[in-house]
Design a protein around this ligand. Structure first.
Ligand SMILES: NC(=O)c1ccc[n+]([C@@H]2O[C@H](COP(=O)([O-])OP(=O)(O)OC[C@H]3O[C@@H](n4cnc5c(N)ncnc54)[C@H](OP(=O)(O)O)[C@@H]3O)[C@@H](O)[C@H]2O)c1
Length: 333
């Protein structure tokens, strides 16, 4: 099928609520040098898209202003110098933007083949959370087999990925979630203890479960509201990896003494501003170490809902309502 000169995409009339997401028409992008053009069959919705929609997370200057950080579909054109893929290949990819569209140009170095047996919906649910969790939990925080980890927001797209990856690589996993149903889901994914943070204090539970030793690693998306209790919940030489601030970015009157007493390591990162070579390095490790586990069915994305891209506003409302467990995916015809 020839590539049309124009395409439909989910545009933003202005920053604000989900009602500002409407279907618009634009020129189909051309793949730049090193890029592949993908006919998008499915695209994942991620919390950073909600922030971008509100105007709180502007895209980098060289990225498409269209929302959407992960896609899956068929390669329909190659930019100069691309040899790793051919037209007709089925790929999923971490996009720098532009995923909520019928066609999306992505760096070939951020694309991966569908894991064996995967369709586009399942493949589109992988890149953003797998790149983020692999980079933060394994490459930066250095989680090792036999260690313990606390994953906050266990029922989120990020959390469901982190629980499964940590358990698959031999860690003992604790997690927090906001309802009994979400806690049950986290246990079924491999968590050994799911803490309902509305009725339990995670700090007390971690102390009890670890004989007051604390956990080796915490993957945190809450920030300020959990900072002091995170420091308390870490073991000696523990590592805190912060990926978001759902509970605020400004912390006050926090006792920092545990950082010295326990030789803690504090770190954090955002995926989108990483360089192309950093993203490629993450992609290469995922392909080698994680894609076989997906193909074997030992881990799998948790998909909460699938809907046509024309209902992107409903997808955003669903995510902001917060009852979902796992991923919300848009499809394109
Ligand atoms: N740094 C990076 O590179 C990077 C990359 C991707 C995503 N992220 C961040 O990681 C987080 C998870 O992303 P996601 O796409 O997996 O999102 P998601 O599926 O929407 O999950 C967010 C979950 O966090 C929990 N939560 C706790 N406190 C919250 C609060 N104050 N407001 C809203 N939710 C709260 C909610 O579950 P409960 O019912 O259990 O509270 C909610 O379901 C987001 O903050 C996102 O921005 C960071």
């Amino acid at each position: 099928m020839p590539v049309p000169s124009s395409m439909s995409y989910v545009g933003l009339t202005e920053h604000g609520g989900p009602h500002n997401l409407v279907v618009m028409e634009e020129h189909t992008p051309h793949p730049a040098s090193g890029e592949i053009l993908v006919r998008v069959a499915a695209a994942g919705i991620n919390r950073p898209d909600v922030l971008q929609r509100k105007g709180d997370y502007p895209p980098p200057p060289d990225a498409s202003p269209i929302l959407g950080l992960e896609i899956a579909g068929e390669v329909v054109a190659l930019g100069e110098g691309v040899t790793a893929y051919r037209v007709g290949d089925q790929v999923c990819a971490l996009a720098n933007g532009g995923g909520y569209a019928q066609y999306c140009a992505v760096p070939a170095t951020q694309a991966l083949p569908f894991p064996s047996g995967y369709d586009a919906v399942k493949a589109a649910a992988l890149p953003e959370t797998f790149f983020t969790v692999w980079a933060n939990l394994f490459m930066m925080a250095g989680l090792k087999p036999g260690e313990s980890v606390l994953v906050h927001g266990g029922s989120s797209g990020i959390g469901t990925t982190a629980i499964q990856l940590a358990a698959a690589f031999g860690a003992r996993v604790f997690t927090t979630a906001g309802t009994a149903e979400k806690c049950e889901a986290c246990l079924s994914l491999g968590a050994s203890r799911a803490i309902n943070y509305r009725s339990e204090d995670f700090c007390a539970v971690i102390a009890e479960e670890t004989g007051k030793a604390g956990v080796d690693v915490i993957l945190d998306m809450i920030g300020a509201a959990y900072f002091e209790r995170n420091l308390k919940s870490l073991s000696r030489d523990g590592r805190l990896s912060i990926i978001a601030f759902l509970g605020g970015a400004f912390a006050e009157k926090i006792n920092l003494a545990p950082i010295l007493q326990k030789r803690l390591h504090l770190m954090g990162s955002a995926m989108r501003p990483r360089t192309a070579s950093e993203k490629q390095a993450i992609r290469d490790e995922l392909l080698e170490k994680v894609w076989p586990l997906l193909a074997e069915g030992r881990i799998a994305p948790v998909i909460h809902a699938v809907m046509p891209y024309t209902q992107a506003a409903a997808g955003h409302r669903m995510m902001e309502h917060g009852d979902h467990i796992g991923k919300i995916v848009l499809t394109f015809d």
